[in-house]
Design a protein around this ligand. Structure first.
Ligand SMILES: Nc1ncnc2c1ncn2[C@@H]1O[C@H](COP(=O)(O)OP(=O)(O)OP(=O)(O)O)[C@@H](O)[C@H]1O
Ligand SMILES: [Mg+2]
Length: 394
């Protein structure tokens, strides 16, 4: 039975900048991780963008969630929102200021590091530069004195990760391409037979094609092994492709967790609405007026009738919910057109009054830069948010 991971009120406050330099905990895993950093570039030591001087920093703020057995949970959020910090806490590499992590009901702290069974892949792959791939992959088995299992396991996993070519396995990481290193890192992680997988932007150094290819391989692998997985990324395409559910973080807090559909159809607030979706939802400020939403250049209604007159409201419209309509009350001026031939649509970047708006229109409509489009909104396809709190109203 795959592992259940429960996070209860996890909070992490960094008190001093020097904490970044200290070993996060005394665990064997952190020693291994530190060892893995030897020889890799300096950015491996701390998250690349960390400034030198930091005061008290609430990196993770009261995050509670459950990762179900065998589930892949994607964690998505802008840079600096606490994704890596949260993942390191789940890995036991960093102690939370408050809250606890449970693996199958057992506090992580009570599980001896050697029994935690965590397979972690970092953004910077952290392979041993002096060992050939084959020994990198078998490293943890060797460490655990299970050497007799190595040849079979390495063969099986290398085939799966498509690195089963002799010359590749015998080479050392510095002579491998980024994509090859990535595969070796994932293979090594798999070879440990982990109970949970933790990935922190593992593909961020790969080019678009390799990213897609490796993503497909990883997805296949996750489906085959059904290992409980947390996958951190700021690339939502990746999160959508790999994850069963997605958790959206902002400024250390968990904003919403759910399936792609739940997040897409019912974002809990304007932040999720404006962040999730490619392109994201268009947001227009306005206010409640006689049972309609009234904006600077157009109005929409009827909306729910229980809102006080003049309540500031944000109207959210997805790009695909604008329709070309000669009788429509919205005028948009085309600024840029981005055809997506494979889907037979075009993204049309426009201006509605002083607001930018992106439309997703069928490719067969010929639009031109500078053209004025008449639009309406597909019935019942709007989202309303309270302007002050940002919270979803309907
Ligand atoms: N060791 C540390 N000491 C002090 N502050 C830290 C430390 N590590 C992270 N922080 C701060 O905590 C916040 C969250 O950082 P974290 O690395 O978790 O973000 P992230 O979501 O992974 O960002 P990115 O997408 O850029 O990797 C940031 O403001 C960061 O500066
Ligand atoms: Mg990070």
């Amino acid at each position: 039975m795959p592992t259940t991971i429960v996070l209860r009120h996890i909070t992490k406050i960094f008190e001093t900048p020097s904490e970044a330099e200290q070993p996060a905990s005394e665990s064997a895993i952190s020693n291994i991780v530190n060892a893995l950093r030897i020889g890799s570039d300096a950015s491996a030591r701390t998250p690349g963008h960390l400034p030198e001087e930091l005061g008290r920093q609430r990196a993770v703020d009261d995050v509670s969630l459950t990762v179900y057995p065998g589930e892949t949970l994607g964690i998505l959020g802008p840079s600096g929102c606490g994704k890596t910090t949260l993942l390191r806490i789940v890995a036991g590499l960093l102690r939370p200021t408050r809250g606890e992590v449970l693996y199958d009901g057992q506090p992580l702290e009570d599980i001896p590091p050697a029994e935690r069974g965590i397979g972690m892949v970092f953004q910077n792959y952290a392979l041993y530069p002096h060992l050939p791939s084959v020994d990198n992959i078998g490293f943890f088995l060797k460490l655990r004195k299970r050497e007799q299992e190595i040849p079979q396991r390495v063969r099986e996993i290398s085939r799966l990760m498509r690195i089963d070519l002799k010359p590749l396995l015998s080479r050392k990481p510095p002579t491998l391409s980024g994509g090859e290193q990535q595969r070796v890192a994932i293979a090594r992680c798999l070879a440990r037979d982990p109970r949970v997988f933790l990935f922190d932007e593992p593909f961020s150094n790969l080019d678009a094609k390799l990213r897609t290819d490796t993503r497909v391989e990883l997805k296949r692998l996750l489906q085959r092994y059904r290992i409980t997985t947390i996958y951190v990324t700021h690339d939502q395409t990746e999160a959508i492709a790999l994850a069963d559910r997605i958790a959206i973080m902002r400024e250390g807090r968990l904003v919403q967790i759910g399936t792609f559909e739940q997040l897409y159809n019912a974002p809990v607030n304007a932040f999720v609405a404006g962040f999730f979706g490619k392109p994201a939802m268009n947001l227009f400020p306005g206010f409640a007026h006689h049972g309609t939403w009234e904006g600077a250049t157009f109005s929409y209604g009827p909306i729910r009738s229980d809102l006080n007159e003049d309540t500031p409201l944000i109207l959210g419209v997805r790009p695909e919910h604008f329709v070309l309509d000669n009788t429509g009350n919205i005028t948009a001026i085309v600024e840029l057109i981005e055809p997506i031939y494979g889907e037979r649509i075009q993204l049309v970047y426009t201006r509605i009054g002083s607001h930018r708006a992106i439309l997703r229109l069928p490719l067969r409509h010929h639009v031109q830069i500078g053209e004025q489009l008449r639009l309406s909104i597909a019935t019942d396809q709007v989202h309303l948010f309270d302007q002050e709190s940002g919270k979803r109203l309907a």
